[in-house]
Design a protein around this ligand. Structure first.
Ligand SMILES: [Zn+2]
Length: 452
């Protein structure tokens, strides 16, 4: 394998000590980082040296919550809160098929790569009958784009007839949801080191999933040794739903069902009282913070500074593009910092904390803190090289501040396991024009399907 050295650049390692170099190097051999340090790398063998002057090198960003299929249904229900938004979109989503999912996932993942993301999860929970293998379609898209992928096999089994929010035709039976989830793990989950593909178990939310499915899904995940993911404590309406139906708040409900633990990460965590935060910390349960989506739906501001102070693992997520049309992960660094400061003042979060939750924090949520999320010898070569010498960033002396406070930075290079996915701010694994054309066609088909 070729030894590649990025040098002449600023380096933010995001290791436990927060080590940074104003002029440093990162060397990787195949898919593994072999050296990170100040100055030039003194090689004992032939190396490919890459001049990264004018750039900041960080770990690739980790996206911990997404619904890729929603790239085909953006711009709808523009002024709705969560329940109204879902009620308007469920009929649109019933037109989904494998081709639409494949096109949306390829475009969505390509776009994530262009905003510095090297590992993404996805949470797919809409599985109408007879529309092809939706999970296979998105996995194929991730392999094509070249991102490390953690798709969550989602599910819904609580339709309107039983007091849930989704229409009955969009939900599966409890037994089918569990059987299909087990089959997905058996077919796709790769627990090996450096894995490019891991499955998680992910019933959708308290208002679309039965208590039985939540409990049995937790048992299934633990039996198979995979992680658990769901939406929780996103809106006041969800809180009211849980109190009315289950007599407790969402975190207490999750606790009762065996849904708190170091193998669980929850999307949103916006409406959390002190007792809930203490319980999340005590159990090591993670939170995927999605600040732009929470803003778009007017859901509220997650108490991230309090979560971090309590020791709750926190990562960043873009969330589905139907509730966050921008879908750029790097932009969420700034959004996270901004919403924390709107709620708690300028000391609530700093630029380095924002970068840490977007990298190491996300790696912890996905159970991969030993492999990704920081630049250290022995870790995987998942690396973002941000160009900071253009008009948007030049003159900001602190490169981390330039990245977080500044506009979306161009990607000089993005490596996933040492493989180049983006170069000079263009995807190299797929043709961007084709991705956009396929996406537009998928969105049209989705809209037409909803009308028939
Ligand atoms: Zn979501």
């Amino acid at each position: 394998m070729t030894l590649t050295v990025l040098e002449g650049c600023a380096v933010a390692t995001v290791d436990a000590a927060g080590t940074e170099h104003r002029d440093g190097h990162v060397a990787f051999d195949g898919d593994t980082i072999v050296a990170v340090g100040a100055g030039r790398y003194e090689a004992q063998r032939e190396v490919e040296r890459v001049d990264a002057s004018g750039c900041l090198v960080t770990p690739g960003l980790v996206n911990t919550h997404h619904h890729l299929y929603q790239w085909a249904t953006r711009g709808l229900a523009q002024d709705q809160h969560l329940f109204g938004w879902l009620t308007e979109l469920y009929p649109v989503w019933s037109a989904i098929d494998a081709e639409i999912v494949g096109a949306a996932a390829a475009a969505g993942l390509g776009w994530l790569a262009l905003s510095g993301c090297t590992t993404s999860t996805d949470h797919h929970y809409v599985f109408p009958r007879g529309v092809g293998d939706l999970l296979a379609a998105e996995i194929e898209a991730a392999q094509r784009i070249g991102l490390r992928f953690h798709p969550c096999r989602g599910s819904m089994d609580l339709g309107q007839t039983d007091g849930g929010l989704p229409p009955d035709r969009l939900v599966e039976s409890t037994a089918d949801a569990l059987a299909e989830t087990a089959a997905a793990i058996d077919r796709w989950h790769d627990p090996a080191p450096a894995s490019m593909l891991r499955i998680a178990v992910a019933p959708c939310s308290p208002f679309s999933v039965t208590t039985q499915l939540m409990r049995e899904a937790a048992d299934l995940a633990r039996d198979k040794g995979v992680r658990l993911h769901t939406h929780l404590a996103e809106t006041r309406e969800e809180d009211e739903f849980c109190r009315e139906r289950y007599g407790c708040d969402p975190v207490e409900y999750a606790d009762r069902l065996g849904w708190l633990g170091a193998d669980v990460w929850l999307a949103h965590g916006v409406h959390l009282g002190d007792a809930a935060i203490t319980r999340l910390a005590a159990t090591g349960t993670g939170v995927a913070h999605c600040p732009s989506s929470n803003a778009r739906l007017g859901a509220g501001i997650a108490p991230v500074p309090r979560l971090l102070a309590a020791g709750v693992p926190v990562g960043l997520g873009v969330d589905g593009a139907a509730s966050q049309e921008a879908g750029q992960l790097a932009a969420e660094l700034r959004q996270a910092l901004y919403v924390a400061r709107i709620a708690g003042g300028p000391e609530a979060m700093n630029a380095r904390q924002a970068l840490a939750i977007g990298t190491a924090g996300g790696a912890a949520l996905l159970g991969r803190a030993d492999e990704i999320g920081s630049l250290e010898p022995g870790k995987l070569a998942d690396i973002a090289v941000w160009r900071l010498d253009g008009i948007g960033h030049a003159g900001i002396d602190d490169p981390v501040a330039a990245l977080v406070f500044g506009p979306a930075a161009p990607i000089a290079s993005l490596f996933v396991g040492g493989r180049t996915v983006v170069r000079d701010d263009r995807l190299v694994t797929a043709e961007e024009g084709a991705l956009a054309a396929d996406l537009a066609a998928a969105a049209r088909r989705m809209a037409n399907g909803a009308r028939t």
